[in-house]
Design a binder for this molecule. Sequence first.
Ligand code: HEM
Length: 516
Amino acid sequence: MSYSWVAWVGISIFVWVLGAQLFRGTGPKKVPGPRGYPLIGNLLDLASSKGNLVPLFATWAKQYGGILEFSLFGEKQIVLSDEAVVQELFVKRGSKYSGRSAPYALKYATRDLLIALMPKNDAWRRERKLTHSAISISTNTKYQAAMHSEAVRCVHELVHSPASFALHFRTYSYSVIARCFFGLHVASPTDDFIVSNEEYLTQAMQAFDPSVFPINIFSPLSYLPVWTLPSLRKMARLRTLTDSYLANLKHDVEKERRMSPSQPPGVFNEFIANRSDYDISDAEANSAFRALIGGATRSTHNALLTFMYLMMAYPEWLTKLQAQIDSVVGKDRLPTWEDVPNLPMVRAVVKEGVRYRSIVAELGIPHALEEDDLYEGYVFKKGTAFHANHGAILMDPTLYPDQAVFNPARWLEDSYPTYKVPLTVYPNCQNFAPFGYGRRACPGYDFAERSLVIMVACMAWACDIKRPLGENGKEFLPEITYEAVPNPRPERFECRIVGREGRMESLQKEMEKAST
Ligand code: HEM
């Protein structure tokens, strides 16, 4: 009896060991990643990042490699730092990897209609189609005249009140949108178009913050009636505010246009005039146009502030930029669109500035997986959020040698792997990683590039950008810190802007033309 018992145990161990050998490697692989705490997962790591996850993701990528996982209250999130993997998942398998997952408070407040954060459903397709018709490459050509005169106006302001450069850039980013999309003239930082949109965006940004809206991490709170908790009441107020912000767009634009009757109407007014040609609800259309305001103004503003910092940190590039502009344009007129094919240096500085910003602070928007998937032995579950880690991808030394350095030459000289000809066309921002991948890629990349290129060209033609002076009278490079929100703006920093000699008369003349 006792022998048969021993034999059974022996046989069972043999079968178990054999099974383990046979099936080793066929089960799902564990995704590497930082250890978290029970329940909260990696909350403390994320909280320590003060809202800017880019450096944290970069550190994790070095430690755990191209595919890593972290968790937050039981929800797994994947960070992809290898561009080949991002291409495979977001582009080739784009039918599965193009969902979005937004924080609960934001979904609630926007009724899940915000194009950048809503799921990939029919409403999103309608919004995306409308967005494309407003900012496709071919449509954008008609905005160039408006962008040019707003750039001239902004440079004029910079020269006359240089200390307020951050405000002037913000006004520029709004005035371009106001003219191109709504036919409105926005000349001052206190214009109602800017103030009301900024107020709304500041409140909407809070919807990402779990300390303001704990429902973002404690989902059971969604079962409570909204009147039971102050944070839920705040969330309900944000929804009311969003509803009126969206509903009033036509009314707001009509009211404002009475003050700018001479402006051409803008793409939103053309949409209203031909409303029956479009298969989209008013709420969706308003949401799409509002999202363009949010997307275009913050990103342009950020890129211009980053440009100022870079010109102080790498002054040799301002000298090279000005040398090319001066040789192509001369002293007597400002750069125009016709000059842009002959100004590859301007496009290179803009593109490299966008790369730099993505390395330090621009996180992008995560994609959500819409059905379970198997990749290289990893099992990914439906609903998992995937982050394309632009900060690491854009620091890959094989594609970007001297990866941490702001070096526009990488787009201009054939010794670099990113160099591409003809230089009348390249560098440009088409298919550039900071603008994302696949079906959710940024539809505004060309609009962004154009509004930055003309502004940078006019600014470098008209101004010198210098480091501020310290108390000892010596120049110093200010340190840049960022707001604690997703895709943060640089906080206030100092910079000296000085009009270049012999150019102010031409600037004044162009300003008068732009104002008529
Ligand atoms: C330097 C400027 C900009 C950068 C770096 C940028 C970057 C991005 C990124 C990374 C995404 C997410 C892509 C993805 O999920 O794969 C995105 C989405 C988006 N961007 Fe931009 N963007 C910029 C300018 C603009 C401008 C000027 C507009 C509008 C005029 C715009 C409108 C949008 C919209 C509507 C989406 C959401 C697309 C969707 O989810 O379907 N962006 N952008």
